[in-house]
Ligand binder design. Structure first.
Ligand SMILES: [Zn+2]
Length: 294
């Protein structure tokens, strides 16, 4: 009799355990489908612990902003590697027409060559952000080199518009603990992205591409719109690059995103609209730093 009872307990426990695992896995699939979270992330208990504390949005210890509020149907537009002399003005013109505020992650040496374009961005109310001076990968560099790459880009922007930057994105999203430490020490925020338009395939040298990216067709305006709209989820950060092909895609892409019921908001607004709001002054005045004349 007692043996049968014990067997019954085991069977019940196994059934409950099986059900819990099934619900956990089903929920991971649902989260992937609804929110665009990778399955490998959605099955991780560490992810759920972070999500419980809101760290999957913004991690205050690492100072990384990952994405906006899952409950709001908004996305933000980040444009990297500019200002590009052949396409930046087109970007600015389309953004003005469509009334979208974007975040430009600028490369310092491009800023030094095209300060007028940075001034135009700033006048239009866009967010001016740091993407290093030379656009080199930072993850293998020592602290001094990392600091210099970020600092020299700061100086270039200060020379152009007399303002500082507080948002930063490392080239190729490659970073080390050293990079995180430098960013943290400066009180900056590293901005991740969630939707890639893969608009650099065919426009950058092949050696910069991963084996998977190498297999993809060369970017076209049509493909850019397709990649973005297929990946749309509430709170996602879109990554584009300042180049002529993407400039052509920008207007149709904005229209297609809005047609799916999404609105655009800047990175700072997206952070302000998190369940636990984070306030950043993206381009504070440079204080007593005097902009050098060109
Ligand atoms: Zn870049």
């Amino acid at each position: 009799m007692r043996q049968m009872q014990r067997k019954g307990i085991y069977v019940t426990a196994a059934t409950v355990f099986g059900l819990v695992v099934a619900v956990y896995v089903l929920n991971a699939f649902r989260v992937r489908q609804r929110e665009g979270v990778a399955l490998s992330t959605a099955v991780s208990p560490v992810y759920w612990a972070e999500r419980f504390t809101g760290k999957d949005y913004f991690n205050p210890d690492r100072r990384i902003f990952y994405r906006g509020n899952r409950e709001r149907k908004t996305v933000s537009l980040t444009i990297d590697d500019g200002p590009h002399p052949l396409s930046c003005q087109k970007f600015l013109q389309v953004l003005k027409e469509k009334k979208v505020i974007a975040s430009f992650f600028l490369v310092g040496k491009q800023v030094d060559g095209n300060p007028d374009l940075v001034r135009m961005m700033e006048q239009d109310g866009h967010e001016i952000c740091n993407h290093t001076y030379d656009h080199i990968r930072l993850d293998k560099l020592d602290r001094e080199k990392v600091f210099n790459q970020i600092h020299e880009c700061d100086v270039a922007v200060e020379n152009a518009i007399g303002k500082k930057m507080t948002l930063f994105r490392p080239p190729g999203m490659r970073f080390s603990e050293t990079v995180l430490d430098v960013v943290k020490q400066q009180g900056d925020v590293m901005v991740h992205w969630g939707i890639g338009a893969k608009d650099f395939v065919g426009t950058v040298p092949d050696y910069e591409l991963t084996p998977e990216l190498k297999k993809l067709p060369k970017t076209t305006p049509k493909l850019i719109v397709e990649y973005v709209t297929k990946q749309l989820k509430p709170g996602m950060i879109i990554l584009l690059h300042d180049n002529p092909i993407t400039a052509e895609a920008l207007g149709p892409m904005i229209d297609a995103v809005r047609a799916q019921g999404y609105e655009f908001e800047s990175v700072a607004d997206m952070m302000k609209n998190l369940p636990n709001p984070v306030y950043v002054d993206v381009n504070p005045g440079a204080g007593n730093i005097v902009a050098k004349a060109h």
